[in-house]
Ligand binder design. Sequence first.
Ligand SMILES: N[C@@H](CCC(=O)N[C@@H](CS)C(=O)NCC(=O)O)C(=O)O
Length: 243
Amino acid sequence: MLDFYYAPTPNGWKVAIMLEECSLRYNTIFINLTDGAQFAPHFLKISPNAKIPAIVDHDPPEGYEGSVSVFESGAIMIYLAEKSGQFMPTNDSLRKEAIEWLFWQVGNQGPMGGQHSHFFNYAPQIKDKGYEYSVKRYKGEYERSLAVLDIRLQGQPYILGNEYTIVDMISFPWAFIAKSMGVSLDNFPNIADWRNRIKTRPAVQNAINLYKNLQNLGPNKVTAETNKILYNQSATNFQTHKP
Ligand SMILES: N[C@@H](CCC(=O)N[C@@H](CS)C(=O)NCC(=O)O)C(=O)O
């Protein structure tokens, strides 16, 4: 059995998709990011960067002792692929490409999408100095990452070619919500097709519906008043927000 530390966000969906695709048994533990549950001391032991997703595997593969915790979505995807023996190429050359695209996702598409979402969806009410530039900067970077992905998908159904892998699962969520971030996929036809191909998978449907009622996307649900943490990230959160 696995404990899955989760909130219904794009980074949470990545791991939910993999768990569902592998039919692994898991126990979902909701981390209320608005309340600062990510800074609780017991959670920081599992996820020292104070972010979801994270897992604790109570039945790890041979070579590990006791329960194993894993944080950072890319590391979790590799861990689960190795544990299950699924969705990761075994061929050296394709495995190298899988690692490249995983790092690309967690270093580019994820953070740029996240920053764009913050400024576009969450922070429009904070129109202080530099706001317009922040929106322009991160929208441009997010669209740039979509262009990279669109070019990669030209002439092939999945990021690594014909095989659906953890790289598709990890890249899907931040493309899935493009429209809600003010970006049309009309300019990225290869992504639009790939998105539809993945979205219709039953495992993906289960994942994106997991705790859907607890989603708080959008400026109407999250404001600077209701979410002091999201709007005021700083080093002191580790000292002051211990629910
Ligand atoms: N690089 C991390 C990013 C994770 C991340 O940003 N998670 C967000 C939710 S989508 C979070 O936990 N935010 C809480 C916070 O910023 O306090 C990963 O890929 O796992």
